[in-house]
Structures are given as structure tokens and as C-alpha cells.
Design a protein around this ligand. Structure first.
Ligand SMILES: [Zn+2]
Ligand SMILES: [Zn+2]
Length: 339
């Protein structure tokens, strides 16, 4: 149903602009929640409620969001969105072109670890967004607060993914993990199992404040690990609320190693992370690193966040050829195998 797509797109676009303009989170969330409600509504009910003006009786939809949905369903650009577009600074063409060029997302969580939704729901949303694939990257065992997957559960997940892939073809869920980089730089999962996965994202989640003299070798050891493909949110910083400072490490050495060992540097699009900071992203680009523009989505609506990463990438001189998720699924899998 085209109307549904238009309504979701309008709501998401409004949320995106409000977020860019740094409006309060509750306003942003209202539009994103409404998009999620629309996404879950059967076609007939959506159409009927819109006609009868009863969308507001649904939890998660208020007067403003109902109006946006009703207008979008009739094929016009909602007035609310029109008004916002005239005050918001335009998204640079380069960022839009990068977003267009993306074929997938290499960092996505499900309710198998700390995500909020089943694998299939994440995948179906990615299909709706026009993606050709996602990489499922649930957490590794040591991250117990995020229900990291044991060897057994990860094996079980691989079977489940195989089944879903049969249903969603030609869309593909590529197998993966967000594996913890342990304090000694080793990766928190059995090497044999890591070798079987399509894409291995590795991230630091513990002891983020260790001195650079320890953090640099820790990261270098991980990057030299032949199973690692993507360096996740490299500084670990949090830029909202109380925040969290960047981890300190020798960025020249780390990015040089990423280049040498064919590890892509992730541009993490989560609004509270926006990692790496632009000065480091520019350094990674100058060093000749590949990058991966990912959402780190923990819920279906968050799969929309890539445009933000694309804006940062564009501002730092990233071209589509540098981005690993502009490759097709087959090319990506071949790249991680040889890398
Ligand atoms: Zn992470
Ligand atoms: Zn993650």
C-alpha cells in the first residue's frame, strides 16, 4: 500500500528533521512511535481509521501525528512536514547520494540479545526501506547485561536465520556478531564460529577509560585478528545526557592497522553515539580506510538512522566506493572472506 509508505516516510522525515534541529526528544519520539504504529496496522484498518478520523484512538497517535497520516494517505505532502522543510537546512546532495547508494546495514540487533524485536521484524522493516540485506550482529557472551549469545545460542540463531532467509529471498540476512574486544584484545567468541559468520563487527564495551598505552595495543590486537571485519563505534563516546568521553588511543596507528588488515571503520549513526567524531572520521578517510555506515539499530524504526551517518560521512569526504555497505551482499561476503 503506497499510502502507508508515504505516511511512514512523512512521519520518519519529520522525526529526522526535528532531531536534526535538536527539538526535545519527546517530540521526535512521538513521530517515530506513530510511524511504528502505522507500520503495524493492517491495510484495511489503516484506511478505515483514516477515513473515519479515528486514528487518534490508537495509543501512540495524537492530533498532530493523525493529521500527518491522514494527509499522507490522500497523497498530499502533510502541511506539518511542508512547514518544517521550509525552516530546516537542506540535506546535502552528497549525503542523499550516499544514502541512495547503500544496499544494506552491517550492524543490527534483535531480541536475541538486547534488541527489542524479533529478527524477522527487523528484516521485514529493512525490506520496506529498500535494503537488499542486513547483517545480524547480536552481542557476544561476555556482554551479559545485553544477553550476549553463547556458542550454542549463536549456532541456534544461524539455523533460524537460514529459515527466515528462505522466506524473504532475495532479501538476505547475513550472519554476524558484534563481538566484544576483550581487555587483552582477543575477541569474545570461538574462532571457528567467527570464521563461519559473514561479517564480524568488533567493539570495545568494557574498560573504555583504560590509558591509551593499553587501549591502543588492545585495539591493534583485535584489528589484526583475521576474523574481524568492522571496527564498531571506535571511541565509545556518548553525546547526549550525562554523556561519556571518548576512549583514548593512538588513532593514527589504529586506522593504519584497519587499512592494512582490511577492517572497515564504522560510522555509527545512533544519535547518542555519532561515533567516530568528525576529526577522527576525517583521519580515517585520509588514511585510506574503508568505512561502514551503520545504524546499530535495536528496534525496527532505528533502521532509518543511516541518513545521519551519511551526512557525517559526506561532511568528512567519504565517497560511495569507500563504503562497504554499498557493495552487494555477495561482494560484501567475498570482501570479508579475503580481508
Ligand atoms: Zn556496541
Ligand atoms: Zn551494537
Amino acid at each position: 500500500m503506497d499510502g502507508r509508505r508515504a505516511a511512514i516516510a512523512a512521519l520518519e522525515r519529520i522525526a529526522y528533521i526535528l532531531e536534526r534541529e535538536q527539538e526535545p526528544t519527546y517530540r521526535v519520539r512521538a513521530f517515530r512511535n506513530a510511524a511504528a504504529v502505522v507500520r503495524a496496522l493492517p491495510d484495511a484498518e489503516l484506511e478505515q481509521r483514516s477515513r473515519r478520523r479515528t486514528l487518534q484512538s490508537l495509543s501512540g497517535i495524537g492530533p498532530a501525528t493523525a493529521r500527518v497520516i491522514e494527509e499522507a494517505l490522500t497523497g498530499v505532502t502533510p502541511e506539518y512536514l511542508q512547514r518544517l522543510e521550509t525552516v530546516a537546512s537542506p540535506i546535502p546532495d552528497g549525503a542523499l547520494a550516499l544514502r541512495q547508494a547503500l544496499r544494506g546495514d552491517c550492524h543490527v540487533h534483535s531480541d536475541w540479545s538486547d534488541g527489542g524485536s524479533p529478527i524477522e521484524e527487523m528484516a521485514r522493516t529493512a525490506v520496506d526501506l529498500g535494503h537488499e540485506y542486513i547483517v545480524l550482529t547480536d552481542h557476544s557472551p561476555r556482554l551479559t547485561i545485553a544477553h550476549g549469545l553463547s556458542v550454542e545460542r549463536l549456532r541456534e540463531q544461524l539455523d533460524v536465520v537460514r529459515g527466515i532467509n528462505e522466506q524473504l529471498a532475495p532479501f538476505r540476512i547475513l550472519t554476524g556478531i558484534e563481538v566484544d574486544i576483550l581487555e587483552d584484545g582477543s575477541l569474545d567468541q570461538e574462532p571457528d564460529l567467527l570464521a563461519q559468520l559473514n561479517v564480524v563487527v568488533a567493539s570495545v564495551h568494557s574498560k573504555l577509560r583504560m590509558p591509551p598505552a593499553e587501549m591502543t595495543p588492545r585495539m591493534l590486537t583485535a584489528i589484526r585478528n583475521p576474523h574481524m571485519d568492522v571496527l564498531g563505534h571506535c571511541t565509545g563516546r556518548i553525546v547526549v545526557g550525562r554523556g561519556r568521553p571518548e576512549s583514548e588511543f593512538d588513532a593514527d596507528a589504529v586506522f593504519a592497522a584497519c587499512r592494512a588488515h582490511h577492517v572497515a571503520v564504522e560510522i555509527n549513526s545512533r544519535p547518542e553515539r555519532l561515533d567516530p567524531p568528525k576529526r577522527l572520521l576525517k583521519l580515517a578517510v585520509e588514511t585510506g580506510c574503508r568505512v561502514s555506515i551503520d545504524t546499530d539499530a535495536h528496534a525496527p524504526g532505528q533502521l532509518e538512522w543511516q541518513l545521519r551517518g551519511c551526512e557525517r560521512a559526506d561532511a568528512c569526504g567519504v565517497s560511495a566506493e569507500m563504503v562497504i555497505n554499498t557493495m552487494t551482499a555477495d561482494e560484501l561476503v567475498a570482501w570479508t572472506r579475503t580481508a
